[in-house]
Design a protein around this ligand. Structure first.
Ligand code: NAD
Ligand code: UGA
Length: 461
């Protein structure tokens, strides 16, 4: 008999904590879930009556929050209270790449995780199951256990690893219908308690249990394999552009081999998102720290190829626009790292913009879900130029037509569906001639655009 979980606390109300726990609350109305965060503004946004103001945009999320919030789903800044009352605590805080000290630029920064462990240890007055939901370097559970056992009040802690595989933009659908749920642990009863929760909506055959280290390492490995597929097809896209092959046709031809499979073979301007790069860097760092140089170098190439792809896209724009973009207006359609999300972390758009700004381009951005503040913050974070210069050179507008008005070129950075249905004739009429489109997502229809007299360039063609 496993322990029945009545109350859950989730520390971290971000892109993972928010949607994940909302779905658990929806599927398990008998469990009371409190999501806590030290960021009071974020919690206030999760509690906002207007669901449009939730801090995370995901299709289907608003409906679930509307159903569960105030019933068995709560958002709070009172972290201690939620820890104290919970039987099970999920840690879902950020684990960014370290930007200081040993491992700078490579290793995962575990300071937020450690803070959580110390707070749990200080507060807990009865036994708790602590679940690693964040993506962590393999063997982090050992460090967590040491902190919990040595700084706690003599209560028992069982640690489980339960990495999250959701992708942004499809988070709700991924959570409701996951390919698998992975639970790593040592204590059978604790494992069973978490299995029981998922079993409310996930078929038992899809709930996989392993030891802690396999579970932690599987998460980094899954992201590395996914990113590697994107870099692999992007490397071929460069070859397609030289040879007259079409990368979509190559993807289709290889993807029909069931050993290869069709997914994650879409050539692009480069992968973004908060995790692929961070997790591969982390994997590379771990391999190096065990002296596995060849392993480290193998995975490092995935990132180098991604950097090359972003640079190549920007270089092609410059070269095609007669070798200079100085003083030219380039319209960016899309800033998010993929469609159906307002997340811009590590988005290829940021780096392509930076290269073009170095060449004194003037950029106008339209993204249906990303705010101007976010875009400026992304550019300021690079520290390439002052924030005044960023504001001078980059304009953020509210309609695509404003973005494209009088532009020398349009660059598609995100694959938002709505871009396909714009009035491209109107856009062409507004633009400088020849009117160039650089499609970093292979989203638009070449024939349609060429019939309208656009000069159309797409990745991998
Ligand atoms: P996020 O930055 O959106 O959210 C993390 C939240 O944790 C923030 O709101 C922050 O204020 C809060 N936080 C940090 N330390 C805290 C503390 N000590 N006490 C209370 N709150 C604290 O991050 P995210 O995108 O949700 O990612 C979280 C983890 O999940 C990461 O390890 C990431 O690698 C992993 N992951 C992310 C995704 C994704 O799609 N974003 C998918 C799978 C796994
Ligand atoms: C990815 C993984 O897919 C999730 O399983 C994982 O949980 C998550 O990382 C994480 O750990 O954070 P996510 O980054 O949200 O999810 O989105 P993806 O759909 O994987 O896309 C990542 C990037 O790759 C995007 O920029 C996307 O445009 C790009 N991509 C993806 C391509 O360029 N081509 C493809 O074929 C697929």
């Amino acid at each position: 008999m496993s322990k029945t979980i009545k109350k859950i606390c989730c520390i971290g109300a971000g892109y993972v904590g928010g949607p994940t726990m909302s779905v658990v609350a929806k599927q398990c109305p008998h469990i009371e879930i409190t999501i806590v965060d030290m960021n009071a503004e974020r919690i206030a946004a999760w509690n906002d009556e207007n669901l449009e103001n939730l801090p995370v945009y995901e299709p289907g999320l608003q409906e679930i929050v509307a159903e569960a919030r105030g019933r068995n789903l709560f958002f709070s800044t009172d972290i201690n209270k939620a820890i104290d009352e919970a039987d099970m605590i999920f840690i879902s805080v950020n684990t960014p790449t370290k930007n200081y000290g040993k491992g700078k630029g490579m290793a995962a920064d575990l300071k937020y995780i450690e803070l959580c462990a110390r707070q749990i240890a200080a507060v807990a007055k009865d036994d708790k199951i602590v679940v690693e939901k964040s993506t962590l370097p393999v063997r982090t559970a050992a460090a967590l256990k040491s902190i919990l056992d040595n700084t706690g009040n003599g209560v028992n802690f069982h640690i489980l690893s339960n990495p999250e595989f959701l992708a942004e933009g499809t988070a709700i659908q991924d959570l409701i219908n996951p390919d698998r749920v992975l639970i790593g642990g040592e204590n059978e009863e604790a494992i069973a308690a978490l299995v029981d929760i998922y079993a409310h909506w996930v078929d038992q055959s899809k709930i996989l249990t392993t030891n802690l280290w396999s579970s932690e390492l599987s998460k980094l490995t899954a992201n590395a394999f996914l990113a590697q597929r994107v870099s692999s097809i992007n490397s071929i896209s460069a070859l397609c552009e030289k040879t007259g092959a079409n990368v979509d046709e190559v993807s289709k031809a290889i993807g029909m081999d069931t050993r290869i499979g069709a997914k994650f073979l879409k050539a692009s301007v480069g992968f973004g998102g908060s995790c692929f790069q961070k997790d591969i860097l982390n994997l590379v760092y771990i391999a190096r720290s065990y002296g596995l140089t060849e392993v480290a170098e193998y995975w490092d190439q995935v990132i180098l190829m991604n950097d090359y792809q972003k640079q190549r896209f920007a270089d092609n724009i410059i070269q095609t626009l007669y070798n200079t973009v100085s003083g030219k207006k380039i319209a960016f359609l899309g800033w998010a790292f993929k469609k159906d999300t307002n997340d811009t972390r590590e988005s290829a758009a940021i780096y392509v913009a930076d290269y073009l700004l170095n060449e004194q381009a003037e950029i106008t951005v339209y993204d249906p879900k990303v705010s101007a503040e976010r875009i400026y913050a992304d550019l300021d974070y690079l520290n390439t130029r002052s924030s005044e210069e960023n504001r001078l050179l980059v304009k953020v507008v509210n309609t695509p037509y404003e973005a494209c008005d009088d532009a020398h070129a349009v660059a598609i950075l995100t694959e938002w569906d709505e871009f396909k249905s714009y009035d491209w004739k109107k856009i062409k009429d507004q633009m400088k001639k020849p009117a160039f489109v650089f499609d970093g997502r292979k989203l638009l229809n070449r024939k349609q655009l060429e019939d309208l007299d656009f000069k159309y360039y797409a990745i991998g063609e």
